[in-house]
Ligand binder design. Sequence first.
Ligand code: ADP
Length: 377
Amino acid sequence: MPSHAKNGSAHSQREAQSEQRFRALIEHSADAIALIDSQGKLLYASPSTQRLLGYTPEELLGRIAVDLVHPDDREHAMSTLAAVRHTQETSLTVEYRLQHKDGTWRWMEATATNCLHNPHLKAIVGNYCDITERKLAEQRKNEFISMASHELKTPVTSLKGFTQILQRRFTQRGDEESLRFLARMDGQINRLSKLINDMLDIVRLEKGTLAYREEPVDLAVLIQETVENLQASAPNHQLQLEHIVPASVFGDPDRLGQVIVNLIMNAIKYSPHADTVLIHISTEKQQATVSVQDFGIGIAEVHQQHLFERFYQVPDPMEKTFPGLGIGLYSASEIVKRHQGRIWVESKKGEGSTFRFTLPLRKHDTSSNSATTQREA
Ligand code: ADP
């Protein structure tokens, strides 16, 4: 036999072996793999699909993939698929529910990769992993956090109310010493209620159910009121309204108030050895900028870009010098983004930090004749 023929057969043998190996790999994989054509039709489903969804691959071939997706998740699944079509060989991951043959819904983590341009595949490759158990555990955890924080809220609100009554009584009596103790107690109640609100928010943010009101908000008034409230319970710090100009924005006053509270409470908390916090509003072009500056511990540059991530806390060598959940800045940034604004930090370790956020001004503040707001336009 000529040597090239011998080589050829060895080569095709190797190819066949390698194909068998890849086929076995796919067939025994715990995850399911599907190939979807440019119209969204299923061209191939790996055998493990049956374990995940009860259907044999043959039962699924030719079906439109998103038809199996839960109606509430369909739009999200379809927009991800559309986004994948505009990329090449990059993957997008999405979580949605697929209906099992027995009618139940299973949570899947689906990763889609556009291989339509790959001559061997000419398809979108979908990789499916069943995450139902994880989702159920998350749901149970969220329900628990939400229930526990709701239960905690009522007694804390009542403590806050009684503290205010006592504050009025002691003020009438001129009892300065008791007022000082009460101010410290009030500060601790504020911390507790911030922790509870953070816990409630994390659940609402994860579920996407954080409700927002839409109304005109006078930022200067909101900041003045917030500062007055917080100053009463922070006797060791001076909250100074440095430069306050009228700035009317559109949004949810409670949520925006929460952003300001978070930033000021952090400024106080992270400056144990400094006593000044400067608060500033400016308006320029069509936006208002609010800044909260402290002269506290500051933040090293490596951490600055992560501060707005969920649960991120700068590692603390002393452990628990500054108790917290690492949620405040995450929810502040989600709220600011929802209001079409931006939030960022400028800081130097050991010297202090300035947190700033911008919000679009209502139109009538920037253009003389129109009273319409930016949101309404
Ligand atoms: P936490 O509940 O831990 O305060 P946040 O989301 O409000 O959570 O803040 C995230 C982290 O950012 C904090 O743990 C802290 O390390 C850092 N940080 C926030 N504000 C300041 C500040 N004004 N000065 C220094 N560090 C800060």
